[in-house]
Design a protein around this ligand. Structure first.
Ligand code: ADP
Length: 442
């Protein structure tokens, strides 16, 4: 037993004995004991009261009350627990402050919301980039702060594979890239990056290509024109010039085709050539392209087969669609050996409309397929001289599909053939437009 406990018990014993003996002296030993016990009980209750008051008032600085025996141990034990608890709390607070400092030092915005979009926490960069206010925006719906419809649609969608690009709602000159990731049971973490510089560089690159192509076009047209005349009158030229003039003419024609494709691609990318929402009848369009493809095939005598489903009206830009479809069909002619067959099919289903161009040609190795729509990417560079392509065809097809809310699907097997499918959403399908004559007849 610790020494201060002996003191406590000896004091208690002395109190009880003292009152019992004093009671015995006057003939009431039992009453003396009861008085002693009552006093001991009152003292215990007073200690309990002190404990309660101390616990209620207890702050880090409040003194531990003095006491004896088990009460002293109780006060000291509780005080130790309190100090340990405060130490852990200070450590946790320091960690939280560190995380806060670290997220505030980040250049990227970080926002935490629940799955409904209720704002729970965000860092300093998010405040700057999106104009959130620390004190008043907590608990608000993020859709009320970022009102761009594309953001609402993106946030409400469950899959967040791709990031979203929008201008800042607070500083419209800043371009932002937002990427949402779900976490925990119902949390959403939104990382916001400032990509203004990247967007400007991309724009400069497009403008540069577009300007250079434009500037080179006029001199090249003049050179090609003169070369064409020289080819036409080659019988008047010394024979040693024939080969040189023919090669120069072929190469200048190739360069012209390249510039035309580059200009078209940069227009498609910059959105200069906005999709015309008039209705395009795909049947005559595809018939015309297949006829041109037969002329291109010439001696190679490909079997070109076209089938067009009943719903063949598409909301979209006829000239863009013509470029995309002719690139696919002419590629099939270029990359299919003589006598092979090419099947062009337009069909519709619940998902939308699908244009498939299938050939029995050389096929493409699976490693190349993900990169085929990059500019100038060629699966077999050794062949491009033979085919005379620009290497931009599939990039054009991809952009036309994107401009029409669709996408390009490529399937191929080496040596067996390839299938290129342009998918268009259901919303793009249209009914046959009413002609002026029909309107007048009504
Ligand atoms: P190119 O002008 O070289 O044809 P494209 O962008 O149209 O450029 O096509 C890119 C590459 O994809 C081609 O160089 C070729 O290797 C491959 N390719 C395209 N279409 C086919 C096809 N139908 N069959 C086999 N390979 C193809």
């Amino acid at each position: 037993m610790p020494p201060h406990w002996s003191k406590y018990f000896s004091n208690l014993l002395a109190l009880l004995l003292g009152f019992t003996l004093a009671g015995a002296l006057v003939g009431y030993a039992a009453i003396g004991l009861v008085i002693g016990l009552s006093l001991a009980l009152i003292w215990e209750l007073s200690q309990m009261y002190r404990l309660m008051r101390w616990l209620n008032a207890s702050t880090t600085s409040s003194e531990v009350p003095e006491s004896i025996g088990p009460w002293r141990d109780l006060f000291d034990g509780i005080h130790r627990l309190q100090r340990r608890h405060l130490r852990v709390r200070d450590q946790l607070q320091a960690e939280v402050n560190r995380v806060q400092d670290f997220t505030d030092a980040m250049r990227d915005g970080v926002i935490m919301t629940n799955d409904k979009g209720v704002m729970e926490w965000w860092n300093g960069a998010a405040e700057y980039l999106l104009g959130f206010r620390k004190n008043s925006d907590r608990g608000l719906y993020i859709h009320n702060l970022i009102r761009t419809p594309a953001f609402k649609e993106y946030f409400d969608r469950r899959g967040y594979k791709e990031p979203l690009q929008i201008p800042s709602p607070d500083k419209p000159h800043i371009q932002l890239q937002l990427h949402v990731s779900p976490f925990g049971d119902d949390g959403r973490l939104i990382v916001v990056k400032d990509i203004t510089r990247l967007v400007q560089l991309e724009q400069m690159r497009r403008d540069f290509i577009s300007n250079v192509s434009h500037e080179m076009r006029t001199p090249l047209t003049v050179i090609s024109g003169y070369l064409e005349t020289m080819v036409d009158y080659s019988d008047q030229l010394p024979s040693k010039w024939h080969r040189a003039v023919n090669t120069m003419y072929q190469q200048s024609s190739r360069m012209e085709a390249l510039l035309t494709d580059l200009l078209l691609l940069s227009k498609l990318e910059t959105g200069d050539q906005l999709v015309d929402d008039r209705v395009t009848n795909l049947k005559p369009l595809l018939e015309q392209i297949c006829q041109d493809a037969r002329a291109l095939s010439a001696d190679k005598a490909h079997l070109i087969n076209l089938t067009v489903g009943d719903r063949h009206y598409l909301r979209g830009d006829e000239s863009q669609l013509r470029s995309a479809f002719s690139n696919l069909i002419f590629n099939a002619v270029k990359y299919t050996p003589a006598g092979g067959s090419i099947t062009v099919n337009w069909a519709t289903d619940k998902q939308g409309g699908h244009l498939s161009v299938k050939d029995t040609g050389i096929g493409i190795d699976a490693v190349h397929i993900p990169r085929l729509t990059e500019r100038f990417y060629r699966a077999d560079p050794s062949r491009h001289q033979e085919t005379g392509g620009t290497g931009l065809g599939l990039a054009i097809v991809k952009h036309v599909a994107i401009n029409h809310d669709g996408n390009l699907d490529i399937r191929s097997e080496m040596g067996k053939g390839s299938e290129f499918i342009c998918h268009f959403p259901r919303a793009r399908l249209a009914e046959q437009p009413v002609t002026e004559d029909q309107k007048n007849a009504d």
